[in-house]
Design a protein around this ligand. Structure first.
Ligand SMILES: Cc1cc2nc3c(=O)[nH]c(=O)nc-3n(C[C@H](O)[C@H](O)[C@H](O)COP(=O)(O)O)c2cc1C
Length: 199
């Protein structure tokens, strides 16, 4: 085994190692809106479910240099967001939306995404995504030397495209969510197997 101590790593190298150690990761394509009403969309793959009741999720927003990303600024001012799940069909648009654009330029326009009004929150949903989770920020926790923000959100409404709902759950074999591994590698949901948990 090769031993790697984080103290001896440059932050960028530690980040690259982390990205490849925790893989594949699901992708939260997060839509928000700023105070002026400009919609924003950006992918985040440091993403997880936290609690089932109430249903909460968390994702981590790093800094761009020493600046806060638009998503975090919008969350701090509006507290509303939508997690849009990414399938293969949405991969290219999601990648375009991950570029750095000024706050007054909407990734919906840049990436050709269609905004759909949410039921409860002010942030729009991404019509092209098969699953939308309307969320309200519960807490934002800052950690690290150049602080990353762990955003914990409560899901107020699930929207699932009809064709992917089966017995109250999402038919992932059909939906085929995209996974991210390492830096620019992505995993298709095409070779899966089933294994029962022990009692
Ligand atoms: C698949 C994918 C996953 C990403 N995951 C994260 C992440 O977990 N945290 C993060 O800070 N940036 C992540 N990024 C980079 C952001 O999407 C990127 O910095 C984006 O420009 C942020 O946009 P914003 O300034 O509109 O918030 C990811 C990019 C891609 C392509």
């Amino acid at each position: 085994m090769k031993k790697i101590l984080p103290q001896g790593l440059e932050p960028r190298d530690a980040y690259r190692l982390l990205l490849s150690a925790i893989a594949p990761r699901p992708i939260a394509f997060v839509s928000t809106v700023n105070k002026k009403g400009v919609p924003n969309a950006a992918p985040f793959c440091f993403f997880m479910g936290v609690t089932p009741s109430p249903p909460t999720i968390a994702f981590s927003v790093l800094r761009r240099g020493d600046q806060k990303k638009d998503t975090l600024r919008n969350l701090e001012s509006t507290r509303d967001f939508v997690v849009n799940i990414v399938d293969e069909a949405l991969a290219q648009a999601m990648n375009i939306a991950s570029g750095s654009y000024p706050p007054d330029m909407s990734e919906f326009d840049v990436a050709g995404l269609t905004p759909t009004p949410s039921e409860i929150v002010t942030a729009p949903r991404i019509a092209e995504s098969p699953v939308h989770l309307e969320c309200k920020v519960r807490t934002i926790l800052e950690l690290g030397d150049l602080p990353a923000a762990i955003v914990v959100g409560e899901i107020l409404c699930f929207h699932v495209h009809e064709e992917f709902v089966k017995d109250g759950i999402i038919d992932v074999r059909k939906l085929k969510p995209l996974g991210r591994a390492g830096e620019n590698l992505y995993a298709r949901f095409s070779d899966i197997f089933e294994m029962d948990m022990p009692a």
